[in-house]
Design a protein around this ligand. Structure first.
Ligand code: PLP
Length: 395
């Protein structure tokens, strides 16, 4: 139903089931990028002529759209970055380092919410704590609360949705509990916005990281939401053009947020394109996206469940977007190779989440990740292909 908005599907016969890695882009995003480069390509926030002013206006329009979309209070709370990886690293290096004794993460983190903490010489029980999960990957609230009690000066950094398994964390409860013990919270939102709306006033996160390219926008674009009261303490980790109010050889006076965090020429076309992706989602409306995706996710879960020897790691109720599985006795990679030959694109492996794979005693999984452009026909073709692959590998 939504495929028609995405040129990729006119040019490719692939059944694309890897949106958790990156989403396809609708025409309005691609057209906006083309329009910027062909009709008003100029730098933003510097020159003062027609095209440059238009570029600045369009760029800032994306900030407003994102601010309204996630219900941030002020524009200065939205900082553009290259993506979630950069947003997480910015907060890790410019806010958390040297300020917090302990960082608490969940068992389901992407490497980009693990490695930055290792780079600060933190390791398990030495400045880094990991909240347990039970066998269906449910976040252990009791363990979390104990960790907060045992580690009074903690910073909590937790994914909203697991990219490897699609598991949804009970975010409001996590944030309220953390705040009860005086801990601040950063959320890795890489897998959220493509699937459901988020409301900063409702969840009360201190930091929330957003990926453009997983939200139907271009690659190389993302954002960091910072609650206004923390902006003063967040230091820019790089500076340069466009970040300054005044420079002499003695000193620099930086601009206020967000500009002091956006050094150098930004990914202008990408950010303008990201704005169109947000408009695209708003036109479809999140309630329709949620209903539609729930329906196809359930369908996928049901059809996969009918396959002999399938191993699931989560239930379908508290999961969204991605579904990970294995077939007993087979390597996920082999399934992926055979499916690729049938022009079915899924992802296999550890999904940049090696620690949880190790904990589960597996090398990885086969992961199907869905988006609004997928339909039941895609799932039927995938299931047929999977059955064929299983037969080839088992015979
Ligand atoms: N966190 C999660 C949960 C992800 O799924 C990803 C990408 O796969 C990232 C972080 C990194 O995001 P980005 O590609 O925007 O840097």
């Amino acid at each position: 139903m939504y495929k028609k908005y995405f040129p990729y599907f006119k040019n490719s016969k692939n059944i694309y089931l890897d949106t958790a890695a990156t989403a396809q882009k609708p025409s309005i995003v691609l057209d906006a990028i083309n329009e910027y480069y062909t009709q008003y390509c100029s730098n933003t926030h510097r020159s003062n002529f027609g095209d440059a002013n238009r570029a600045t206006t369009e760029f800032e329009h994306t900030r407003e759209l994102l601010k309204n979309c996630i219900k941030a209070k002020e524009s200065k709370e939205i900082i553009f970055t290259k993506g979630v990886t950069e947003s997480l690293n910015l907060v890790a290096s410019s806010f958390v380092k040297d300020r917090f004794d302990t960082v608490i993460i969940s068992s389901l983190e992407h490497h980009s919410n693990i490695v930055p903490w290792h780079m600060q010489e933190r390791s398990l029980h030495k400045g880094l704590e990991v909240v347990n999960c039970d066998e269906d990957l449910t976040f252990d609230m009791e363990h979390f609360e104990n960790l907060l009690i045992q580690n009074p000066n903690s910073f909590v950094s937790i994914t909203h949705v697991s990219n490897a398994f699609g598991k949804l964390h009970p975010l409001k409860n996590i944030i309220q509990t953390a705040h009860k013990y005086g801990a601040l919270v950063m959320i890795d939102g890489a897998q959220s916005l493509p699937h459901f709306n988020i409301d900063m006033q409702d969840i009360e996160a201190d930091f929330y990281t957003i990926s453009g390219h997983k939200t139907y926008g271009p690659t190389g674009v993302g954002a960091l939401y910072v609650k206004a009261k923390h902006l003063e303490k967040l230091r820019p980790y790089q500076t340069g053009g466009a970040t300054i109010k005044d420079v002499s050889y003695d000193k620099t006076v930086l601009l206020d947020s967000p500009f002091k965090f956006e050094a150098g020429t930004q990914n202008i076309a990408g950010i303008i394109g990201f704005g169109k992706a947000i408009e695209f989602l708003q036109n479809i409306e999140y309630k329709n996206i949620i209903n539609y995706e729930n329906e196809i996710y359930e369908y996928l879960y049901e059809k996969l469940g009918e396959i002999k020897d399938v191993i699931f790691y989560t239930d379908s109720i508290n999961s969204i977007g991605s579904l990970s599985f294995n077939i007993k006795g087979l390597m996920a990679e082999d399934l992926g190779i055979l499916l690729d030959k049938m022009k079915i694109s899924i992802r296999t492996g550890h999904h940049c989440a090696q620690p949880i794979m190790k904990k589960l005693g597996i090398n990885g999984t086969a992961r199907v990740s869905l988006a609004i452009y997928n339909d039941k026909n895609d799932i039927d073709i995938f299931i047929k292909g999977l059955k064929r692959a299983i037969k080839i590998l088992k015979d």
